[in-house]
Design a binder for this molecule. Structure first.
Ligand code: SF4
Ligand code: SF4
Length: 448
């Protein structure tokens, strides 16, 4: 077992995928290009002085398209995560592992950055295979490896820094002015990228990625998969078809040579297959020369067994769509009713109540207030009580909160002793700004 190989006792066969061209590769280049543009440009985009997308871990704030979610907005974060998960379930049930083949960062950066650089420095599939066997240990082998891994280290550092830019100020980060925590995060992200793209590669999809493990549960007989046309292809044979009994597959092995997962799609659908469509383009090119349609293509189990056309709306997809509609509706309703102020109150640790020298009962609370507005202005926060007798006296320190700021202040309520009063009196703190007001329930204790 080599360093960072996935399974102890498992001898890894290094995969040398052959370069391939075709209509699906062109389509992938466009989608991957768009996703890379998103990845590299998004950290620099702001709207009204606020980041379009940023997760500020230190401040526990999430900025999305002008909205600000804080640590008191857990329900929104949960709904967004659930929407993303069910969106992925829906796409997977319809189009199989289209995410893996067209959008996953593992595939995008491996195929668009690391594999081309590897080819440029070490040569194509055949040359690399020869160098790694017959030429291993020679000066030529060494300098190419050093050059390749140096280039990989630089690319991994760029990826690590860019990913960290989603959590910090990109300008400060790229000009050496960010905190050591930010550079530590960039180092960890970059190190992970280097280990993965330089060495772990196909093993990530085959053994580590949890999404790959869920495939069986997310797809059904009508989901798209890459599959080999067995009735047309078999029995396979070398060279041109010599009799009508022979299948169309000429055993050129091109579909296997191009596969970055090192599998043979003719053995049937396999967990390792990331639906990258490289084998489709490979076979399409080979079969075109024979004047025949490709043997490897997008298909479904239903179509392969001679069934009718697949349905977009079927019970599974309808359930996913219904859940997404419900989640989106809840999200929208919560967003419409969302206050720009968030307040929580708790009793100060220690005694439930105290009686002072004048015989007044005193209760102390801790009030946490957060300004969730995105106006950019500081807001003056005032506190009053509602539901207590007029004799109750509130002592509260005035508060000024900037955008996204949260503060905790003590509140003291003093009331004269009244023999008639119940021992627990419920009331509300009313926390207000010139624009908004929220009420938080509390109780005044004057006995246990
Ligand atoms: S079998 Fe085909 S689609 Fe699947 S990973 Fe290999 S090349 Fe990609
Ligand atoms: S590329 Fe097509 S013809 Fe060649 S081995 Fe694969 S399935 Fe057969």
């Amino acid at each position: 077992m080599g360093f960072l190989d996935a399974r102890p006792g498992f001898h890894r066969t290094w995969v040398y995928p052959l370069q391939v061209k075709g209509r699906f590769q062109s389509l992938r280049r466009w989608t991957m290009g768009a996703l890379q543009a998103f990845f590299f440009i998004m950290p620099w985009l702001s709207f009204n002085g606020r980041r379009l997308l940023m997760l500020d871990v230190a401040e526990r704030k999430l900025h999305i398209a002008g909205l600000l979610f804080t640590s008191t907005d857990n329900e929104f974060i949960l709904l967004l995560l659930l929407l993303g998960a069910f969106g992925l379930f829906l796409v997977t049930s319809l189009f199989g592992r289209v995410w893996c083949g067209y959008a996953c960062p593992q595939t995008v950066f491996l195929e668009q950055w690391f594999m081309p650089v590897e080819r440029w420095i070490e040569g194509g599939r055949g040359v690399r295979m020869r160098r790694d066997t017959k030429g291993k240990g020679t000066f030529d082998w060494w300098w190419r490896k050093v050059a390749k891994f140096s280039a990989f280290a630089v690319m991994s550092a760029v990826l690590g820094m860019t990913l960290t830019s989603f959590f910090d100020d990109p300008k400060a980060l790229w000009t050496g002015q960010a905190s050591w925590v930010a550079y530590g995060a960039a180092f960890v992200f970059g190190g992970g990228a280097f280990a993965d793209y330089a060495w772990f590669r196909d093993q990530f999809c085959s053994y580590l990625c949890p999404y790959a493990r869920f495939q069986g549960a997310l797809t059904d007989g009508e989901s798209w998969v890459i599959s080999y046309d067995v009735p047309r292809g078999e029995p396979r044979h070398k060279g041109k078809r010599k009799s009508p009994e022979q299948g169309a597959c000429i055993e050129c092995n091109k579909c296997v040579a191009v596969c970055p997962q090192g599998i043979d799609i003719r053995d049937g659908y396999q967990l390792e297959c990331t639906s990258c469509t490289r084998c489709v383009d490979a076979c399409e090119g080979v079969m075109a020369k024979m004047g025949e349609p490709t043997l490897v293509r997008y298909s479904t189990e239903v179509e392969d067994s001679g069934g009718s056309k697949v349905r977009f709306f079927r019970p599974r997809t309808m359930v996913y769509i219904a859940i997404m509609v419900v989640l989106s509706t809840i999200f929208g309703l919560l967003l419409m009713g969302r206050h720009e102020l968030a307040a929580t109150v708790s009793r100060a640790p220690g005694a439930m109540y105290q009686v002072d020298l004048e015989g007044n009962t005193r209760n102390t609370y801790m009030l946490q207030v957060e300004n969730r507005s995105t106006s950019g202005d500081d807001v003056q926060v005032t506190v009053s009580v509602d539901g207590l007798p007029e004799s109750a006296e509130l002592i509260a320190i005035p508060m000024l909160l900037s955008e996204g700021e949260s503060k905790t202040i003590p509140l003291v309520i003093t009331m004269p002793v009244d023999g008639e009063r119940v021992r627990t009196l419920p009331f509300e703190f009313v926390v207000s700004t010139p624009e908004d007001s929220v009420s938080v329930g509390a109780s005044f204790k004057s006995g246990n």
